[in-house]
Design a protein around this ligand. Structure first.
Ligand code: ADP
Length: 312
């Protein structure tokens, strides 16, 4: 293919867990900057894997939405490495804003604006039968016009076939929903909603809300923070392959508990947060329902994207 000749690779921008990221530009227009993400493929996978991965990623190229990073091109290089050409977004991510690295202040209207962008991105993915599966502040990149863009679809994959067995070892531990921690093999868009809820919580308290050191620890922290998943609140949960919870069980937390910690999000905000952190994935709010929630229309109104705080 000619895709790899369309772009010129420049200096290394950064290194991730499974990729190196380079600055690049369009050969025909050097002012058109891109990020080229070169995936490190494990040796045992190389044989014939790249074409498969490319086919999977091709349909992500068609996922065009203001709050989803544009995948401009996908190609494999001679060493069988997979190269993703992405929109260049050099202004950092939500993790940097949360951690206050640049001394940026933000408030409730800003959180509402960012959450709106995130919910619209997830709604669009789910409408198109794509699960993201790795939503976390560090995968929410900030564009020059203030839009937040969901990035890193490395784990994303179509769930158009609901009976396909899927691996439960996805999603960074802190943002992982209970059904995946219990080893569920069939799961839905609800996995992303749980992660979105934890991003929401983190934006409010400016520290990760449920930060376990191990999977077992993560489950026990969920039982403390949200409540213990039992047959009573989640019929069928005890049949999941890796179901174990600490004894004695904790009741599911009520609104007063959430208001005490997340009160700055307001009554409606706390109500939306609680409906994202519902233990039983079948009862968890969907992206579509989340977008219809009363929080968006209640005061304060979300900040306009051009007025959002950003690093200088
Ligand atoms: P991680 O998610 O572990 O940070 P990534 O592989 O996603 O790893 O990215 C590594 C680094 O490359 C990031 O920290 C960021 O500095 C840079 N980067 C990634 N994607 C882009 C992009 N689209 N535009 C600009 N810089 C990027």
């Amino acid at each position: 293919e000619d895709e790899k000749h369309k772009y010129v690779k420049g200096k290394k921008l950064g290194e991730g867990t499974y990729a190196n990221v380079y600055l690049g530009h369009l050969r025909t227009d050097p002012s058109h900057l891109v990020a080229i993400k070169k995936i490190k493929v494990q040796k045992e996978y190389t044989e014939g894997m790249a074409p498969d991965a490319i086919r999977e990623l091709k349909h992500l190229q068609e996922l065009s939405h203001p709050n989803i990073i544009s995948l401009l091109s996908v190609f494999s290089s001679k060493d069988q490495n997979l190269n993703l050409v992405l929109e260049y977004l050099p202004l950092g991510d939500l993790e940097m804003l949360i951690k206050d690295i640049e001394g940026v202040r933000y408030g409730a209207p800003d959180i509402k604006a960012w959450m709106g962008m995130l919910c619209r991105a997830i709604w669009f993915c789910h409408e198109n039968f794509v699960l993201h599966r790795d939503i976390k502040p560090n995968n929410l990149l900030i564009a020059a016009d203030g839009e937040v863009k969901l990035a890193d679809f490395g784990l994303a994959r179509s769930f158009s076939d609901p009976y396909r067995l899927m691996t439960s070892n996805v999603i960074t531990r802190w943002y992982r929903p209970p059904e995946l921690l219990f080893g569920a093999k069939h799961y839905s868009g609800a996995v992303d909603i749980w992660s979105v809820g934890l991003v929401f919580a983190e934006l409010v308290i400016r520290t990760p809300y449920i930060a376990g050191d191990t999977e077992v620890h993560q489950v026990s922290l969920i039982c403390q923070a949200v409540g213990t998943p039992t047959e009573e609140v989640w019929p069928g949960v005890s049949s999941l392959p890796e179901y174990t919870v600490p004894d004695p069980p904790n009741p599911v937390r009520g609104k007063d508990h959430y208001l005490a910690t997340f009160g700055t999000a307001g009554q409606e905000g706390v109500d939306l947060l609680m409906s994202m952190l519902v233990l039983d994935p079948r009862k968890r709010i969907t992206a579509r329902e989340a977008l219809q929630h009363a929080w968006w229309a209640s005061e304060p109104k979300p900040t306009r994207k051009e007025d959002l705080p950003r690093k200088k």
